[in-house]
Design a protein. Structure first.
Length: 572
């Protein structure tokens, strides 16, 4: 407008208690035909505190990015600038100009609606209270569907805030419960307090009163979805607590928003508990009534596409049908198994006969609650609990015995990973591999103190790496040398451990996991030797000698990949 015009229109106004100065500035008429004014407040400690810009009358739910408390100048991950007072004022007004350009007279209606729709769930949530009951949807329905419910039964004393599991079919809930508690239960007559529906278009950003909810919602559903929703709502009218899960318009996998409908005298901060026979016992029921209160509920989805949605490189999709056998789930194998599960491997078998002891937990993925438990079984339970889309089995046996007694465990495997650091089991697998096993084989281990780790990979077919090791299992091409081999004996027959800390073991495990993923996705079609090296200069201080290649100046960590050494080689 020019400095002269701006100076003429800018009028001082009464300051508030914490302000040094404040002004009013008239704004042009907006798209609703209302002329508003801008209140500019400078806190007493400006510029340590930002300038305050408020539009009056409030454009809440009228302008995009207008909140009840003022304008949202800084969106997600946008931080206010710092600097001179002039810089801060200039930045604030440039952001204000972008907001006003969406709402001034003659602005583009479609552009403004798109801006609202990009953040519509935030606007809805700010118009509701939030239910304290967490909702977990065990699968994303493909169409409009009723949702059965079961409250998490692992809490001995009901609080009214237990997590509620919802699913379109009772067997889905039953299987999820069995994974968590380790046994199957009978679920008879569960309640149906939820409904999932896909929006075809966006409803209004301004949320209606509870008694006009369906007038607001149903025009944006297909006719079939609308009929199903209303029928469910009428049939479940006696429930005091119901949920409608809305999937926003767009492609499959769009964002969702969950409405919590409450009626009767139920306390707003508590919800009923849904058991195995809820509908018979009449939990959370009253006379048939319409909702008196609408809240939002936090809802999470546990299907595979959602839990792996942050991996955009496509690897997780390729791993859905992969089957991996992990032999040895100690500090290295356990971490690798957990990382592969989180990377999207669809099926994993864990083999380890040992139990977890206190000396293990400093560098193991399991913790104090698992002490005294079999490592394979405890890790299986942990993965099933954390990642319910992965199929996991556990065997507390010696792998050499299973290799011959239960060949079906291995026949359909894409990859067998051996991390036992036990030459007897390693030899057994290389012997079978040399006879043409269809599964790929990855043998991995860390050298003492975990500064160096190795992985040997053989694809499908006949391969044998035994020539790379001495008769006692020592690798001919080790990168570190230690007194007494670096192995620490324990006061038991044949018992010992390889020293090393959690961070070093995690570094080796990451290398092994990445190598395994490449093998599973076709990235390694030949015999491959991969080595991770971390700060080799520390080896001497730990009492050893470093024999590997020197790292370039400034390099703290590196990974080397090459073919297996020639059979005649005996040194690096």
């Amino acid at each position: 407008m020019g400095e002269a015009a701006a100076e003429a229109l800018l009028q001082p106004t009464a300051t508030r208690s914490d302000e040094a100065a404040s002004f009013l500035f008239p704004l042009p008429i907006d798209y609703t035909g209302v002329q508003r004014h801008l209140r500019i407040g400078f806190p007493k400690n400006f510029p340590a505190m930002l300038i305050r810009l408020h539009v009056e009358p409030s454009p809440w739910l009228v302008w995009p990015h207008a909140m009840k408390s003022g304008l949202c100048l800084h969106g997600f991950r946008e931080r206010p600038v710092t600097g001179s007072p002039e810089t801060i004022v200039r930045d604030s007004f440039s952001r204000l100009a972008r907001i006003f350009s969406l709402s001034q007279w003659g602005s583009d209606d479609e552009e403004r609606e798109t801006e609202f729709q990009n953040e519509i769930t935030s606007y809805w949530a700010m118009q509701h209270g939030r239910s304290l009951q967490n909702i977990i949807l065990l699968e994303r329905p493909k169409s409009a569907s009723e949702l059965f419910a079961l409250s998490d039964p692992r809490f001995a004393v009901p609080s009214g805030q237990e997590t509620v599991w919802l699913a379109t079919a009772v067997p889905v809930i039953k299987n999820h419960l069995a994974r968590l508690i380790g046994r199957s239960v009978m679920i008879r007559s569960p309640e149906v307090p939820g409904f999932y529906v896909k929006l075809q278009t966006y409803p209004d950003i301004r949320f209606p009163d509870p008694d006009t909810l369906f007038d607001w919602l149903t025009p944006h559903l297909s006719d079939e979805s609308s009929h199903k929703l209303i029928r469910w709502f009428d049939e479940r009218g006696s429930l005091t607590n119901r949920w409608i899960v809305l999937e926003l318009p767009g492609d499959e996998g769009s964002s969702i928003y969950c409405l919590n409908l409450r009626s009767g005298s139920l306390q707003p901060d508590r919800g009923p508990r849904y058991g195995l026979r809820t509908s018979r016992r009449g939990a959370g029921k009253s006379g048939k009534s319409s909702p008196k209160l609408i809240q939002s509920s936090t809802v999470d989805i546990l299907d595979r596409s959602t839990t792996l949605s942050r991996d955009l490189n496509g690897v997780a999709h390729d791993l859905a049908d992969s089957y991996v056998v992990v032999v040895g789930v100690g500090s290295l194998g356990g971490t690798v198994a957990a990382q592969l599960a989180r990377s999207g491997v669809g099926r994993i078998t864990l083999i380890d006969p040992e139990t977890l002891v206190s000396e293990n937990i400093g560098r193991h993925v399991l913790g104090a609650d698992d002490l005294g438990k079999l490592k394979a079984s405890a890790l299986r339970d942990r993965i099933l609990r954390d990642l319910p889309t992965v199929e996991v089995a556990a065997y507390a046996n010696y792998a050499e015995a299973l290799l011959y007694q239960k060949t079906d465990l291995f026949d359909k495997a894409n990859l067998v990973i051996v991390t036992t650091a036990d030459w007897g089991s390693e030899v057994a697998f290389w012997r079978v591999k040399s006879q043409g096993a269809t599964w790929g084989l990855l043998q991995a281990w860390s050298e003492p103190y975990t500064q160096v780790g190795h992985a040997l990979v053989a694809p499908s077919g006949s391969f044998d790496a035994r020539y790379l090791f001495e008769d006692n299992g020592n690798f001919f091409h080790k990168y570190t040398e230690w007194p007494d081999g670096g192995i620490v004996p324990l006061p038991a027959c044949g018992e010992s451990f390889i020293p090393g800390g959690s961070l070093g073991m995690t570094t080796v495990a990451s290398m092994v996991s990445q190598t395994a993923l490449r093998a599973l996705t076709g990235g390694l079609s030949n015999t491959t030797w991969v080595t991770s090296i971390y700060r080799p200069q520390d080896v001497a201080g730990l009492g050893g000698q470093y024999l590997g290649p020197a790292l370039s100046d400034g390099v703290q960590q590196t990974t080397l990949e090459r073919k297996w050494p020639d059979q005649k080689e005996r040194a690096v």
